[in-house]
Design a protein around this ligand. Structure first.
Ligand code: SAM
Ligand code: SF4
Length: 320
């Protein structure tokens, strides 16, 4: 929806790089609601059933519920989800649900105000995000929580986060800190892996693994054996899942990416704005999709530092 954000999470948009002089996309470079609607229709004609709205912070985009309404009306769209940092959710939850949103993933890295503040670049409060989560649940949206775990920053919050959301009967998903983009200074040593996360949560209540809900589900699921809910782990670093990935991503400026770690995208905005008909846009997308060979996470360990550092698209451009 946008490459802008009201947070400056160190692992995504560090304030030293995304500062006051950073050149964000100008409004005319960003896909309009009409263009997004047309692209969704095209993707649906190619078999897409699920649409996820993300960013940057998608709730910064003016009139977002109106776009969701338009997407909801498209025949063949079965599920619309939103990923957000939750700061504006209290304000918009009801309108989003009314517009046809089914689910929301809210990012929250700690329940400790001080640590959360440090991780989001001094921009947001835990209390605000929790209020947003509550409003979303009240509005009837299915809510999941995303927590990026970073060594030395918030691994001490794994257990308290798991306990809190177990009590709330909401699914918490732990995300391994990833080497997306070129800005976050990622080091393998800063990753807290799936195994360690499971060991910690297991102490609260033993876990049993659960079959994926559908092919291509990115989180590995675990259920508390006392039947009190489940957690998920997105382990793109220690247990990659490239071969199951079925996500196509479109940046705010209309580039199509077939991988979170891609270096280049295909410019669909140019096709939309130069008067191409649907058939030629469909051909372009099909060619890209059929020829995709991305296996970045599978190959991560074999890659040289040089290759890993190759100018990758930033997470705030394609949304996680
Ligand atoms: N602003 C929204 C949010 O934070 O939920 C949506 C966009 S954000 C890029 C999408 C997801 O990517 C968030 O859950 C965020 O925590 C995650 N993310 C960003 N950078 C990451 C990184 N380096 N490693 C792992 N997850 C990351
Ligand atoms: Fe913003 Fe989301 Fe990136 Fe944090 S993770 S800086 S909230 S886009």
């Amino acid at each position: 929806m946008t490459d802008r954000c009201n947070f400056r999470c160190q692992y995504c948009m560090p304030a030293e790089i995304f500062g006051p002089d950073f050149a964000f996309l100008q409004p005319d470079k960003i896909l309009s609601f009409e263009e997004i609607e047309r692209l969704v229709k095209i993707f649906v004609s190619l078999g897409v059933k699920k649409v996820r709205i993300t960013g940057g912070e998608p709730l910064l985009r003016r009139d977002l519920p109106k776009l969701i309404e338009r997407i909801h009306r498209i025949h063949g769209v079965e599920d619309i989800a939103l990923t957000t940092n939750g700061t504006l959710l209290k304000k918009y939850a009801h309108d989003l649900k009314k517009a046809g949103l089914s689910r929301v993933s809210v990012s929250l890295d700690s329940l400790n105000e001080e640590r959360f503040f440090e991780m989001n670049g001094g921009r947001g409060k835990v209390k605000t995000v929790l209020e947003g989560i509550e409003k979303a649940a009240e509005a009837g949206l299915l809510v999941k929580i995303n927590m990026v775990v970073q060594k030395g920053k918030n691994e001490q919050d794994i257990v308290s986060m798991a306990e809190y959301f177990k009590d709330k009967k909401q699914i918490l998903r732990f995300i391994e800190y990833m080497d997306v983009g070129n800005s976050n200074g990622w080091r393998l040593d800063d990753v807290v892996g799936k195994k360690e996360i499971i060991e910690q949560v297991h102490q609260i209540s033993p876990l049993a693994s659960v079959e994926p809900a559908y092919k291509g589900e990115v989180a590995t699921r675990y259920q508390y054996q006392d039947d009190s809910g489940e957690i998920g782990i997105i382990s793109s670093v220690t247990d990659s899942f490239c071969s199951n990935c079925s996500r196509a991503r479109i940046s705010a400026e209309g580039k199509l990416y077939t991988c979170l770690f891609a270096t280049e995208g295909t410019d669909l905005r140019e096709l939309l704005r130069s008067g191409e008909d649907d058939a030629s846009i469909i051909k372009c997308i099909s060619d890209v999709w059929e020829n995709r060979k991305d296996r970045y996470s599978d190959e991560r360990n074999e890659q040289t530092m040089e290759k890993r550092k190759k100018s990758k698209i930033e997470m705030s451009h394609i949304g996680g």
